[in-house]
Ligand binder design. Sequence first.
Ligand SMILES: Cc1cc2nc3c(=O)[nH]c(=O)nc-3n(C[C@H](O)[C@H](O)[C@H](O)COP(=O)(O)OP(=O)(O)OC[C@H]3O[C@@H](n4cnc5c(N)ncnc54)[C@H](O)[C@@H]3O)c2cc1C
Length: 482
Amino acid sequence: MSVEDLENFNLNAKRKELINRYAPKLGFDQDAIDVFFDIISTIDTILEKKDIRTKAREWDHIGVKVEDGKVILPKDFEEIVYEIIRDNQLYSFFLPEDLGGMGFGNLFQGPISEVIATYDISLQIMIMISLSVIEALVQYYKPNFEPILQEFAEGKRLGYVAFSEPGAGSNLEAVKSTSELVGDEYVLNGTKVWISNGGYANTGLFLAQNIVNGKREGTNVFLVTDLDGITPLRVEEKSGLHVSPTAQLLFENVTVPKENVIAEVGDGYRKVLERLMGMRVGVSFQGIAAAKRLFVQALDYAKTREQFKRPIIQFPVIEKKLTEMMRTIPRMEEYGYRAGYTLDRYNKGWVPVDVGAGGKEGPEKQAASMVPGAVRGGLAHHFVSSSKIYTSEVVNQMAYDATQIFGGNGFVAEYEVNKVMRDVRVLAIYEGTSEIHNQILHKTEKAVEMIPNFERLYQTFDGSTVYERILFERFPGLDKII
Ligand SMILES: Cc1cc2nc3c(=O)[nH]c(=O)nc-3n(C[C@H](O)[C@H](O)[C@H](O)COP(=O)(O)OP(=O)(O)OC[C@H]3O[C@@H](n4cnc5c(N)ncnc54)[C@H](O)[C@@H]3O)c2cc1C
């Protein structure tokens, strides 16, 4: 690979190719695809014009605080959040068509997340977590959710997901929060930790034990539509994502109508987790965004920084790092788009991979009817977990290489590469740690085996990259599965 190849690498080429590959298979026509590309370009233009990348470095220093029970964000951060969601009615595209939306799902959510995250991952979190709440309301739709969905579409609502607790992170079924039916309302109590957008956003999902006559009878997930009874106790001081509030929240006798139960009483956790995987796709695209930023910055720096009377890019060991990044980025995108696409298929009730050549009709329809529901669910999990573990692990290795190329400057806050390095560390931790996704992949292996003509993505790539070799060293056997 020459320096010219590195310079000519088109960071956005794959987006077009993959959207055109997958969107028609989900039933989107050219008009819908054009709308999607318009949204991407509008958001990109707004963020570029407002110089959000420079502002993001300022926000990184300012951070977030809690004052008098209120989460305080930098003013211009708030302004840009509302500009994106209100002026562009961003969430409206994700409503189903019969509610006036365009039925966009995770295939489109991913690259929109990516564009925002190339400016700032904290900004992407603040804007895009709402889509998890919207996804839950759409997937487990009830008529009383409609006004809330409309308010999301109008930009009057921002979302959060309050699942984790001090003693329940990977094992969420162990939450201690409680929910008890009193008359026509549920009363919610508990302490939640690490809640992104917590205490600031006004519309959330809350996970709790279902208490009946003093006994636990499964778990419930609720839609909570205002902040009454919810106190942000503090926001965490983190090594990255400084302007994304990660809050500890106290829920004290919060009441919600019994219609606000999502999915089924007593089976909330399983039901919601079965479909609420969009955030994992979003995290994959945070990784893709970060990888692109790391590559661009490291390439620029390597071309301009001179040591021993020549640009450091001329040292083969430096060029090799950049080449490996360039080879890996399109692979990350292959995983990310495949995850978004298969999850959307699953949520539409279709078998989540192409079987045979038939599209929605023909052989595929026949095959779909032969694939049991549990296998379909397994497949959706398999693709989402492949994407999450691959993208989040490799981007962390890339961050290591990119900061290395910057030498001492990689370790100082002045350079964006340093911020990206700190921001991406958590990608392998939240939305299920890599260890948990590795487990899911092994558990769902059987589902994949049942699909004829199933192609493992990794085996379609030309050779392995250094980042993949590190990943497979860490998680032995994964190369045979993803
Ligand atoms: C910045 C940030 C934002 C977050 N946002 C949210 C949010 O909006 N909403 C929300 O509900 N939560 C949120 N979280 C919580 C996040 O999802 C959890 O931190 C994550 O699920 C891991 O849980 P834990 O931290 O308790 O780790 P633990 O579960 O205690 O895990 C510790 C270690 O043990 C490993 N481990 C655990 N179980 C197993 C196992 N069975 N096999 C092998 N290894 C295992 C883990 O992989 C990890 O390496 C956020 C966290 C952070 C840091």
